[in-house]
Ligand binder design. Structure first.
Ligand SMILES: NC(=O)c1ccc[n+]([C@@H]2O[C@H](COP(=O)([O-])OP(=O)(O)OC[C@H]3O[C@@H](n4cnc5c(N)ncnc54)[C@H](OP(=O)(O)O)[C@@H]3O)[C@@H](O)[C@H]2O)c1
Length: 303
C-alpha cells in the first residue's frame, strides 16, 4: 500500500467507500473493515446521506464493539446534501457533523468534505463552521467534493484551513477531466471544459484527488468491467491483468493512480475480497504507453 502524508497522518491511496454498506450485518461490517485494514487500507469514505445515515450507523456499531479499531483508521465523511437542495450554511454544517459523529460513534472525524456545491453558499458561513469544528477538535482536515477551480477559490477566499482534497467522479469510462485537456481549442465535444481544470488545479495546490465511482460508466449506469459495450477495453485490461498477475479491476484502479497528482481511489465494492484486489493496485505502476492505450481502448481518441 502507498500512503499520502497529511500533517504526518498517513492516508492510504485506496479508500474504502461505504455508500453501499447500509445493509451489512454486524459480521459483514467486521469482515469488510478488518479485510481493508489488513490490506493496508486505513481510509474509509462516508457521507451523512449514505443509506439515509445507515451506512455510518453500521460502521459506528462496529466501532462501539471494537473501539480499538478507531485509531487505526482515517475516517472521512461528507455533508451538504439535503432533500432536494444543497446546504452549506453554518448551522447545517455544524448539525450535520454532530449527526455524523453520533452515528459513527467517534469524537472526531479526520476529514470532512462538502459534498456537492451549494450555489447559495456564503463562504463566510462555511469559514465560521470550519473554525468551530476545528477549534472543538471534531474535524481535523477539510476538503470538498465535485467542485471546480473557481468554487474552491471562492471558498479559500474566506476559510483559514487548507483544502486538502477534492473528491471527483473519474474512471476509465468517465474522463471529462482528461478529455478537455487533450483537446484544447478543438471544435468537438471532448474539448468542452466541464470542470475548469480541476486536475491541474489540485496538482498546483498539492491537493489530493479522490476518484469516486472508479469502475462506473457515467452516473451509476453499471461498471465497464465485462460490459459488452467496452470489448476493446476489456480485452486490454484482461491482457494487462494477466501480465501483472492481478484482476482487471486492479488494473482499472492502477490506471487512476498513475495520473501524477496525489491520487486516491474510493472503491465502491461491498465484497472484502475485492478490497484486496484494490489494494494491489497501489503496487502497480503502469507505463505511459499502457496508460494511454487504456484511455484509447475505452473509445477515446487523441487529436
Ligand atoms: N462524492 C460524491 O459525490 C460521490 C458519489 C458517489 C460515490 N462516492 C463514493 O465513491 C464510492 C464508490 O462509488 P461506487 O460505489 O459508484 O464505485 P464503483 O466501485 O465504481 O462501483 C461499485 C459497484 O461496482 C461493483 N463492483 C466492484 N468491483 C467489481 C468487480 N471487480 N467486478 C464487477 N463489479 C464490481 C460493486 O459490486 P460489489 O459490491 O458486488 O463488488 C458495486 O455494485 C462510494 O462508496 C462513495 O464512498 C462519492
Amino acid at each position: 500500500m502507498k500512503y499520502i502524508e497529511l500533517s504526518s497522518t498517513p492516508v492510504s491511496v485506496i479508500g474504502a467507500g461505504t455508500m453501499r454498506i447500509a445493509r451489512f450485518t454486524d459480521q459483514e461490517a467486521d469482515e469488510f473493515v478488518s479485510t481493508a485494514l489488513d490490506a493496508g487500507i486505513n481510509f474509509f469514505d462516508h457521507a451523512d446521506i449514505y443509506g439515509g445515515g445507515k451506512s455510518e450507523e453500521v460502521f459506528g456499531k462496529l466501532l462501539t464493539a471494537k473501539p480499538e479499531l478507531r485509531e487505526k483508521m482515517f475516517l472521512q465523511s461528507k455533508c451538504g446534501i439535503r432533500q432536494g437542495y444543497f446546504d452549506f450554511s453554518k448551522e447545517y454544517i455544524l448539525s450535520a457533523v454532530d449527526g455524523i459523529l453520533t452515528r459513527l460513534h467517534t469524537d472526531h472525524i479526520d476529514s470532512l468534505l462538502l459534498h456537492r456545491p451549494d450555489a447559495l453558499m456564503e463562504p463566510e458561513e462555511v469559514a465560521a463552521a470550519f473554525d468551530e469544528l476545528e477549534a472543538s477538535g471534531k474535524v481535523l482536515h477539510f476538503g470538498v467534493s465535485n467542485q471546480n477551480r473557481w468554487q474552491m477559490e471562492l471558498l479559500k477566499s474566506c476559510i483559514k484551513q487548507e483544502l486538502w482534497a477534492d473528491q471527483m467522479q473519474m474512471s476509465i469510462a468517465h474522463t471529462p477531466m482528461l478529455d478537455a485537456g487533450f483537446n484544447v481549442n478543438m471544435g468537438d465535444d471532448p474539448a468542452i471544459m466541464r470542470d475548469g481544470g480541476t486536475l491541474e488545479y489540485c496538482r498546483l495546490n498539492k491537493m489530493a484527488v479522490q476518484t469516486w465511482s472508479p469502475l462506473q460508466v457515467g452516473y451509476f449506469t453499471g461498471t465497464f468491467l465485462d460490459n459488452e459495450k467496452y470489448p476493446e477495453l476489456n480485452e486490454l485490461l484482461a491482457q494487462l491483468a494477466c501480465d501483472y498477475s492481478v484482476g482487471k479491476d486492479t488494473i482499472a484502479y492502477a490506471w487512476l493512480l498513475r495520473y501524477p497528482a496525489k491520487m486516491q481511489v474510493i472503491t465502491g465494492t461491498s465484497k472484502p475480497s475485492r478490497l484486496i484486489d484494490a489494494a494491489r493496485a497501489a503496487d502497480i505502476e503502469l507505463t505511459k504507453e499502457q496508460w494511454y492505450a487504456i484511455y484509447r481502448a475505452a473509445g477515446n481518441r487523441l487529436p
